[in-house]
Ligand binder design. Structure first.
Ligand code: HEM
Length: 327
């Protein structure tokens, strides 16, 4: 903010805004290469472990990317999604998080890091670096990850239930929920592109097949041919079957999921909703027309913004020794 003439009032404004807007919410204290001095091999160690995991269990790419998103949207990116609670009331225990996987991989990365640099690399940063590494491992573009997050020591099932966006969200809810976290409409459509990898349980979209308005009807906005195909795998009340969100390219980070949404084959109402806003629809159309000319780069920018949500830095929080427990 440049203040040539009204210097005093401008200074006052700056002071006021620094009180009104919590600095942590904007990722202050994060930087690319935060561990360069204290643990120079940190990112190389994460990359190595993720490489090993991907070679034997490539289906963990989706779950590992999703963990970072679910961490950031509840209490900010401070590792609360990883905490266990003795009375089953942590974020993990909230129903939308029952389908999260990949915790053992995070523990494996943490063990390797603790061996090399004890007490240095936070679990929240591990989630952010791992998310990048699975994007790259599935064919996405490398992006720099800001680090320097510290771990929180609170994890609440109630907050997860309140703060995670349901698959039934419409475009208004999606935009509002992203805006609340400082994320734009563009970030919404770009980050929804994360659904290019991974799977979903039938239960996450089954009302679109069987009971959209409570009258036993399907969702009219979902392609009827796709509904017929999905019904072959997903019977009513199926709790276990996994469906590829981007069939045929479920382990490849690409723009095929955008193509599916445009063909009315996006699995969730929240994906289909991207056709209901002129800006998100224009983004989809542009990526499809240009073969994803900017998607990969955009993803790196938007996920960096996501990674700044509500972070704890400097003296706040702690660096957990074990990701599932506070020190
Ligand atoms: C915009 C709001 C979003 C909603 C409503 C949403 C909802 C969902 C749902 C319901 C599932 C399936 C869970 C299951 O049944 O197993 C899922 C999976 C997934 N989501 Fe999202 N999601 C959203 C945004 C994001 C974002 C921003 C990312 C990452 C950048 C992401 C990454 C993933 C991935 C990778 C999977 C697959 C997980 C796996 O393979 O187990 N999602 N999402």
């Amino acid at each position: 903010m440049a203040c040539p003439k009204l210097f005093l009032s401008c200074l006052l404004l700056q002071l006021m805004s620094s009180f009104l807007v919590p600095e942590v919410a904007h990722g202050r204290g994060l930087k690319v290469g935060f561990y360069q001095k204290a643990c120079p091999n940190a990112e190389a160690i994460v990359k190595e472990v993720i490489g090993q995991v991907m070679s034997v269990a490539p289906s963990l790419s989706g779950p590992l990317l999703r963990l970072h998103f679910h961490d950031c949207f509840v209490r900010g990116c401070e590792g609360s999604v990883l905490l266990n609670s003795p009375d089953n009331h942590s974020e993990k225990d909230a129903r939308p998080n029952h389908s999260l996987r990949g915790f053992q991989t995070i523990d494996r990365v943490k063990t390797a890091l603790e061996k090399a640099c004890p007490g240095i690399v936070s679990c929240a940063d591990i989630l952010a670096i791992v998310a990048r590494d699975v994007v790259v491992a599935t064919g996405g573009l490398f992006y720099d990850v800001e680090t320097g997050r510290r771990d929180g020591n609170v994890s609440s099932m109630k907050e997860a239930l309140n703060d995670l966006i349901p698959a039934t969200a419409n475009i208004t809810t999606l935009k509002t929920d992203f805006a609340k976290r400082g994320l734009s409409v563009k970030d919404l459509v770009v980050l929804s592109g994360g659904h290019t990898i991974g799977t979903s349980h039938c239960r996450s979209f089954s009302e679109r097949l069987y009971n959209f308005t409570g009258q036993g009807d399907p969702d009219p906005t979902l392609d009827p041919n796709y509904i017929a195909r999905l019904k072959l795998s997903c019977k009513p009340n199926d709790q276990t079957t996994l469906i590829e969100m981007d069939p045929g390219s479920v382990r490849t980070f690409d723009i095929k999921y955008f193509e599916l949404i445009a063909k009315r084959r996006g699995l969730f109402t929240s994906d289909a909703a991207l056709l209901d806003d002129s800006q998100t629809k224009a983004y989809l159309d542009f990526q499809i027309k240009t073969g994803g000319s900017t998607f990969f780069k955009d993803f790196g920018v938007s996920i960096m913004k996501m990674g700044r949500i509500g972070v704890l830095t400097e003296t706040a929080g702690e660096v957990r020794k074990v990701c599932s427990k506070v020190n």
